[in-house]
Structures are given as structure tokens and as C-alpha cells.
Design a protein around this ligand. Structure first.
Ligand code: KG4
Ligand code: ZN
Length: 360
């Protein structure tokens, strides 16, 4: 038995969750800072730390209340150790250490990327199944695009990663360039189905060396060149005004400031990102003999990616977590920690935040 309080504060979400045995989410609370950062077109680290400080106590209290267990019902506290923004990580880690000390609970440090992977495994268990190992895991978010092989002992081997921008970062940068605000993924996802995906041709990235590595900066530059070759200043300014005046514009509102050609651009950009991601997953599946594949991280919310993955003939099942478990949350941290609780892999009180922590 293991009831774990998970705490996540690596980027712009303050989250706490209580998960039992890595399979039952008793509560999950996420306080998003999107509204704080949206006007700056990206996450401002100093503001993120300040917001985490404000949110960490009420968010944790709410998670414990909703779980109906209180501190006394916990077996351990797990916290994201990295990768992420150092000041943001420190808030979660310091709070988790203090709580462990006060409540005499063991502390478990979790890698954020491993958390994203465990989100999928937990959800499979919640539905009475199990992700079969060895597996491939594609983690695509605003900060990382990594492809791992996971063996039957849950050991990770990195088989490919981005050499420049992360997939979510490409969505965010293209959206910012076109005046769609931050974060870019959800808006582009919403509008891409209204454009023609083959209308603008982008060259697939050719990787020297490891062909399973990713690259998205060339695609971002190609979009920039396409925009520079046309006069789009008027529509971009109109969308920036929309972002400033309207908290969450609807499709209709976006369409009033987005001509069909721009929708074609969005559809083609998204289509290229999707094919770049799935091409590597397909190649890795053929190479490694994995028995299943999991896709996680914020970009796993993308409806176009999910639809394209469903049509792939990989020969192995592909699992996506529900959107609330794809983006940053603390249930995934508690789920990843359950394995470590079983192995009694506890962290010492000098556990440090590691901005560049790697998984493999
Ligand atoms: O996992 P996450 O919440 O935070 C990080 O660890 O980075 O991922 C956030 C990223 C952002 O770049 C955001 O634009 C992207 O995920 N994202 C999406 C979608 N929803 C969020 N990208 C494409 N389609 C979406 N529906
Ligand atoms: Zn993440």
C-alpha cells in the first residue's frame, strides 16, 4: 500500500495530487499561471516562482482535503526534482522537504519527464490494463521532445531527442509570431482542422548521425520566411489586439481575424510537426521490437496527432493520456514515485533542484 502526495512546480503550473498505489487518483489540483504569463508571450521565470509561492500551500491543502486523507494518511511525499525552471523547482522542493520533516514522512525525488511517462501507465492501470514492456515513450512538451526505450525493469534508454526546439516550443513560437498568444498549441490545434494541411510544403528535417533525433527550428524559420514573404502585419496586429482584449477567444472570434491562407499555414505547420513526431516513433518501433508505445507531454493533447497516431500501422498499441494527465500535473509525479516507494528509493534532505536533470 502506498498513498503518495505528489507536488509539481517545475514550470508554470503549481500542482498537488494524492495517488494510491500508482493507480487511483484520490485528488488532483492544478493552479495554472497561464493568465499571468500570456501577456508576455511566454513563461517569465521570476513571475513563475512568485506565483508558485503564492499557490503551493492552498493547492496542497485542497489536494489533501479532496482526497479526504489529511497528512496522517500519507506514506510519502514526492516532488519534481527537475528538469525545469530552477526558482520554480525550489518552491516545490523546499515545501516538500518542510512537510516531510514536520510530518516525519519519507521524501521521493521524481524526474518530471519520468512523471509524464507514468501518467500514461497510471491511466492504463486505472482502466484495468497495463502498458506492456518493453515500450517506447515519446514525451513532447514545451520543454522537451524525447524518445525513450523502456525495458521490462523500467530502465530508460534515450533513443532520440530534439537538437534544438521542443515540439511544443515550435507551436508556441509560431503562434507568437502570428499573433495568437501563449500557449500556441491549443489555438493551433483548434484552427488547424479549418485549413488545408498540404497547402504549404515544408521540408522534413534530415538528421545527420542519429536519424531518430528531432529538429524543429528549421520549420519555425520556414514559417517565418513564409510570413515575411507576405504582408500579414494587419491580421497579426488584429490578433494581438484580440489576445490583449479577450481572455480566451472562440473559434469564431479567431476566424474574424484569420484569413483562409493563414489557416492553411497553421494546418500545414501542425501536419509537419505531427509527421516528424510519428515518423521517428514508427522507425523506433520497427528497430526496437517494443510491445507498446506511449505518447505524453502537453503536445500529446493535440487532436491531429491523436488522429494520425490512430491511423498508423505500428503493430503495437499506442497509449495517450487524457488531456488533463498529458499536461503538467502532480498525479503523474505521485504515480512515478510509487515505483520508488516500492524500491525504498528515498531522497536525502539535501535533495537539490536540477534544472537540467536528465532521465537517460
Ligand atoms: O507538458 P506541458 O504542460 O509543460 C511542459 O512540461 O512543457 O506542455 C506544454 C506545451 C506547450 O508548449 C503547449 O503549447 C503545448 O504543450 N500544447 C499543445 C497542445 N496543448 C498544449 N501542443 C499542441 N497541441 C495541443 N493541443
Ligand atoms: Zn511537462
Amino acid at each position: 500500500m502506498g498513498r503518495i502526495l505528489g507536488i509539481e512546480s517545475s514550470c508554470d503550473e503549481t500542482a498537488a495530487a494524492v495517488v494510491e498505489d500508482g493507480r487511483a487518483i484520490l485528488s488532483t489540483v492544478v493552479a495554472s499561471q497561464l493568465d499571468v504569463h500570456a501577456r508576455y508571450g511566454g513563461v517569465v521565470p521570476e513571475l513563475a516562482s512568485r506565483e508558485h509561492l503564492r499557490a503551493i500551500v492552498p493547492v496542497t491543502r485542497e489536494a489533501l482535503e479532496r482526497a479526504g486523507c489529511g497528512w496522517a494518511g500519507l506514506d510519502a511525499i514526492a516532488v519534481t526534482q527537475g528538469p525545469g525552471l530552477i526558482g520554480s523547482l525550489l518552491v516545490g522542493i523546499t515545501f516538500a522537504k518542510a512537510a516531510c520533516l514536520a510530518r516525519r514522512l519519507p521524501l521521493i525525488g521524481v524526474n518530471h519527464i519520468e512523471g509524464h511517462i507514468h501518467a500514461v501507465m497510471m491511466e492504463a492501470r486505472m482502466q484495468g490494463g497495463e502498458v506492456e514492456l518493453p515500450a517506447l515513450a515519446l514525451v513532447a512538451s514545451g520543454g522537451h521532445t524525447h524518445l525513450f526505450h523502456i525495458d521490462d525493469q523500467l530502465r530508460y534508454r534515450l533513443v532520440g531527442k530534439t537538437r534544438d526546439d521542443a515540439a511544443g516550443e515550435a507551436f508556441d513560437k509560431v503562434a507568437k509570431l502570428l499573433g495568437f498568444g501563449y500557449p500556441g498549441g491549443p489555438v493551433i490545434d483548434m484552427l488547424a482542422p479549418l485549413g488545408r494541411a498540404g497547402a504549404v510544403r515544408f521540408t522534413p528535417a534530415k538528421m545527420k548521425g542519429n536519424e531518430l533525433d528531432f529538429s524543429f527550428s528549421g520549420l519555425k524559420t520556414a514559417v517565418l520566411r513564409w510570413v515575411e514573404a507576405r504582408d500579414m502585419t494587419g491580421e497579426i496586429a488584429a490578433r494581438r489586439r484580440m489576445v490583449a482584449d479577450t481572455p480566451r477567444p472562440t473559434v469564431e472570434q479567431w476566424l474574424s481575424v484569420t484569413p483562409p491562407l493563414t489557416l492553411d499555414l497553421l494546418a500545414s505547420f501542425q501536419g509537419t510537426v505531427i509527421s516528424e513526431l510519428l515518423r521517428r516513433l514508427e522507425a523506433a518501433a520497427a528497430d526496437t521490437g517494443a510491445r507498446s508505445a506511449v505518447v505524453s507531454g502537453g503536445v500529446a493533447c493535440n487532436t491531429g496527432l491523436r488522429a494520425a497516431a490512430a491511423k498508423l500501422r505500428l503493430g503495437i498499441p499506442i497509449y495517450f493520456p487524457q488531456p488533463a494527465l498529458s499536461t503538467d500535473n502532480a498525479a503523474m509525479i505521485a504515480a512515478a514515485a510509487f515505483v520508488k516507494l516500492g524500491r525504498r528509493e528515498f531522497a536525502a534532505f539535501d535533495l537539490r533542484a536540477q534544472a537540467g536533470l536528465t532521465l537517460a
